[in-house]
Design a protein around this ligand. Structure first.
Ligand code: HAM
Length: 424
């Protein structure tokens, strides 16, 4: 029998589980600081939820099948459509803005590679019911603070920020018709992965002249004023530029200016974004995006809910864990066992079990030998599990109501009353 897991799927042995637990704990702690509450949805959804909303790239990666009732279903590849459906069903009666977060396991049939697997856990943090740009700054600040809470500084990572409406205005000024906008965004999204010729070719297919397409390749170099100089005089595009400028101002006021950069080449792959888009990247460029998100003001209505603005981000555990390992930011695990209780002979077993249980009731992590082995063997077992101290119950000590406590790191031993072990 083959003992390996499927390609792109992970086994979580205790050491991997410890890191996963650390990541989830920090995520939950920071989400709490920002006033977000946790929710979850089903891992299996109607196929249609993604086919219509997520965009071609994700649809091509779906784990999909027909269930025994004949329904077309898919394992969730992302959380946003489920979130839009769930929050949409209740949003009417809820005070706004709604701040919810979740840590779903997601499934995408991608080519497994560094930072990309076929399953991953993804923190999703989303706000519903707020159109003002302070909420854009808030969600980006939360993403940045997530990474800061793991010990990463502005020297290690940066938030690249742009706005789809602004870039859409720029593309329109270069001849892209509304119906070709999605294809043009998809082409720009590949600027860092595909050759300039490939991107130019896709832009030309989207209606851009060869000369304009070449010009658009220079997009990553533009700062916000320079870009605004090229978008013409369309009021909605100019307002999108102003809005983005205010997002940067708010982030500066939060004291997070060192963590952010305008990046007009960023458009994001998913179809539903309507405004601000952003991603977090390690500055050395060794890893793929750590996190991505943006504003999706029309998705709730599109899945049959109320017409409410929304925005949020997804942060995966795979790239983040790789980055934490590479930067030496994985914390040491506390010893699984604090106290190892040792009996000198079988006669002390009833008393030992009483001590074990009383210590556990006090919240201590406690183990003991099941097999009635020699004291030497029991010490060895205590060492193997990394116990912080041993508590030895022998006939003489026990008759005086005492035990011998040994600190395993120093070897220091003393006799102490059992009462004090159970009360400190
Ligand atoms: P996304 O950019 O597709 O966005 O994914 C967000 C993050 O999830 C990525 O930056 C990456 O860290 C991680 N990720 C995605 N796919 C994989 C994979 N195959 N293996 C490992 N990690 C992966 C979304 O999914 C949006 N729904 C996020 C969002 C929430 N937008 C608004 N609210």
């Amino acid at each position: 029998m083959d003992l390996t897991s499927l390609p792109g799927f992970r086994d979580f042995y205790p050491e991997q589980m410890a890191l996963r637990d650390h990541v989830f704990t920090v995520w939950r702690e920071v989400a709490g600081r920002y006033g977000f509450v946790e929710y979850d949805g089903p891992p299996l959804e109607p196929l249609d939820l993604y086919v219509r909303k997520s965009g071609e790239e994700i649809v091509g990666q779906l784990y999909r099948f027909t269930d025994q009732g004949g329904r077309e279903v898919a394992l969730r590849p992302e959380m946003t459509p489920s979130f839009a459906r769930m929050v949409g069903a209740r949003a009417g009666g809820m005070p706004k803005p709604i701040r919810w977060y979740s840590i779903p396991q997601l499934f995408r049939y991608e080519r497994p590679q560094k930072g990309r697997l076929r399953e991953h856990f993804q923190l999703n943090l989303d706000i519903v019911g707020e159109a003002g740009e302070l909420s854009d700054a808030e969600i980006i600040a939360a993403a940045i603070d997530m990474l800061r809470a793991f010990g990463l500084s502005s020297e290690e990572f940066v938030a690249r920020i742009s706005d789809r409406e602004l870039i859409g205005g720029l593309l329109a000024a270069h001849g892209v018709a509304p119906e070709a906008m999605g294809a043009a965004f998809a082409a720009l999204d590949k600027l860092d992965r595909e050759s300039p010729e490939w991107v130019c070719g896709r832009l030309e297919e989207a209606g851009v002249s060869e000369r304009s397409a070449r010009e658009l390749l220079g997009i990553p170099e533009l700062d916000l004023p320079a870009l605004l100089g090229r978008v013409g005089d369309d009021p909605a595009t100019l307002e999108a530029g102003e809005r983005l400028r205010r997002v940067f101002d708010h982030l500066e006021s939060f004291g997070l200016g060192a963590f952010v950069r305008f990046d007009p080449s960023l458009v994001r792959g998913l179809a539903y974004y309507t405004g601000t888009v952003f991603e977090l990247w390690d500055r050395r460029g060794e890893f793929r995006a750590i996190c991505g998100g943006g504003r999706y003001d029309r998705l709730l209505a599109a899945v049959g809910g109320p017409d409410l603005p929304a925005l949020g981000f997804g942060m995966g555990d795979v790239v983040l864990s790789e980055l934490l390992k590479a930067r030496g930011l994985v914390p040491e695990q506390p010893a699984a066992i604090q106290d190892f209780v040792i009996c000198v002979t079988d006669e002390q077993r009833p008393a030992a079990l009483g001590v074990v249980h009383a210590l556990r009731d006090r919240g201590r992590r406690v183990a003991y030998d099941f097999a009635g082995r020699s004291v030497g063997r029991q010490f060895k077992a205590a060492n193997q599990v990394g116990a912080e101290r041993t508590i030895v119950l022998g006939p003489d000590e026990l008759s005086r109501g005492e035990a011998v406590v040994r600190e395993m790191s120093t070897g220091e031993e003393k006799s102490v009353p059992l009462g004090s072990i159970l009360s400190d």
